[in-house]
Design a protein around this ligand. Structure first.
Ligand code: BJ8
Length: 423
């Protein structure tokens, strides 16, 4: 394994504390992932990425910076990667998914806030995540209250640009988001020193669409009836890595995985025994290394076959129209695609409920688990209307709330076990 200590020192990281994180991750990954049987061979790539998670990709990003490229750290799937890529930059997702970072985040934030926000700020201020350290700037967005206030704190420490997200989906909101994307493009041009051209943006739109198509192929394979060719944990890992990998490589590796899964379906190779209950998980994103809920579900006699969340279908569904050949037209096409995302930050947000019902059918699920992170009011408030819509369709639903600690693991296991039993 390559030694990255000099790189981490150069990134001004807190090596001593970072060593503690590096010491626990391999065991957690081994217990959760490597203990699975009959995994697709193409998961070896993702296992390798995890084994070098704070080394191999940050080293690539540093190489990009040496060649004049800039790295943009983001926290939401609404930030259009295409604009950054078109200006020779790279995007890296920064949402924190580990309890390890939470105490550090609580030094600058109230403790009764969502763990994703606390972990993200903890990773920044604790200097224990190379992706935060390597980023030239952060890009925030006005989605939930917690995140938009957190950007003020982050912004006092590192250059941070905040995109003003509409809260509704009227035509004037789509127009407003088009304007926000145009403003963001000016910011990216000024940071990268590169002028955005329709040719470069067109190429970036095609590249990110290819990535979406590849990820969608893996999910398409998860719809197979009578066969579950990949575990939910493995599909989730692929999605989590997609947030910081190079987009062309991400598409290539997802396509290889999809090829294998499609062959598995033909050959009838399933990771789980026949009759295993199929679960759709919906709710707040599961940032790496948050594998807790999937692990509990998949060691309780069920399998996760779909995630209706930003670390799932919301990341790749809907393509950007590739036909526009002016920047104005491309910004409009980007806005139209991104505004189809049914995040609970919108009001009203009937689209998410319709999506979950549609996907429950498409993925042939036996039940839905609607899980949000503690203190995420947006997703919590949508629980009753989602449950009612699923009930009307005869689809069982279990509502859960959790955080990054293991304190509730046994309680969750009991509830998930009872739910699976009654399906
Ligand atoms: S588009 S889901 S990535 S905002 S869990 S920090 S909402 S309190 S993450 Fe999200 Fe963009 Fe929406 Fe997706 Fe706030 Fe809730 Fe925490 Fe959340």
């Amino acid at each position: 394994m390559t030694d990255y200590r000099q790189m981490w020192t150069d990134l001004d990281m807190d090596l001593e504390t970072h060593d503690q994180l590096c010491a626990v991750l391999p065991a957690a990954f081994g217990d959760t992932y490597l203990s699975q049987e009959n995994r697709p061979e193409n998961m070896a790539f993702y296992d390798f990425v995890v084994s070098e998670i704070h080394g191999v990709r940050p080293a690539e990003l540093i190489e990009l910076q040496k060649e004049g490229g800039k790295v943009f750290g983001t926290f939401c799937v609404f930030v259009p990667d295409e604009v950054v890529v078109a200006c020779g930059g790279a995007v890296t997702g920064l949402c924190g998914g580990s309890q390890f970072w939470v105490p550090e985040g609580e030094k600058v934030l109230p403790s009764d806030m969502c763990p994703l926000v606390k972990a993200s700020l903890g990773a920044h201020f604790g200097k224990t995540c190379p992706y935060f350290s390597v980023a030239d700037m952060y890009v925030g967005e006005t989605t939930c209250d917690g995140k938009k206030k957190a950007y003020e704190i982050l912004g006092a420490d590192k250059r941070t640009y905040v995109m003003d997200m509409p809260q509704m989906k009227r035509p004037k909101d789509i127009e407003k988001w088009t304007g926000e994307i145009a403003d963001f493009a000016h910011e990216v041009e000024s940071v990268t020193g590169r002028a955005l051209t329709p040719e470069a943006l067109g190429a970036a739109i095609r590249l990110i669409n290819d990535k979406r198509r590849a990820l969608a192929r893996v999910f398409e394979a998860r719809k197979a009836e009578g066969c579950i060719p990949i575990s939910g944990k493995d599909a989730l890992l692929m999605m989590q890595i997609a947030f910081f990998d190079d987009p062309a490589r991400c598409a290539e590796m997802a396509n290889k995985l999809a090829d294998e899964l499609e062959q598995r379906i033909v050959d009838g190779v399933s990771v789980f025994p026949a009759g295993t209950k199929r679960i759709l998980v919906t709710g707040t994103p599961l940032a790496i290394p948050n594998w807790k809920l999937h692990h509990i579900i998949e060691t309780s006699g069920a399998a996760v076959v779909c995630e209706e969340m930003c670390t799932g279908t919301r990341y790749f569904e809907n393509l950007v129209d590739e036909s526009a050949d002016t920047l104005e037209g491309q910004f409009q096409a980007l806005s139209e695609r991104y505004m189809k995302n049914n995040c609970a930050c919108f009001t009203p947000n009937p689209g998410r409920i319709a999506d979950v019902v549609r996907m429950a059918r498409e993925y042939h699920v036996d039940g839905v688990i609607d899980a949000n992170l503690k203190f995420c009011t947006l997703y919590d408030v949508e629980k009753p209307s989602l449950a009612a819509a699923l009930e009307a369709e005869g689809i069982p639903c279990l509502a859960l709330e959790t955080d990054y600690t293991d304190n509730d693991a046994e309680q969750l296991r009991t509830r998930v076990g009872a739910f699976v039993e009654m399906l």
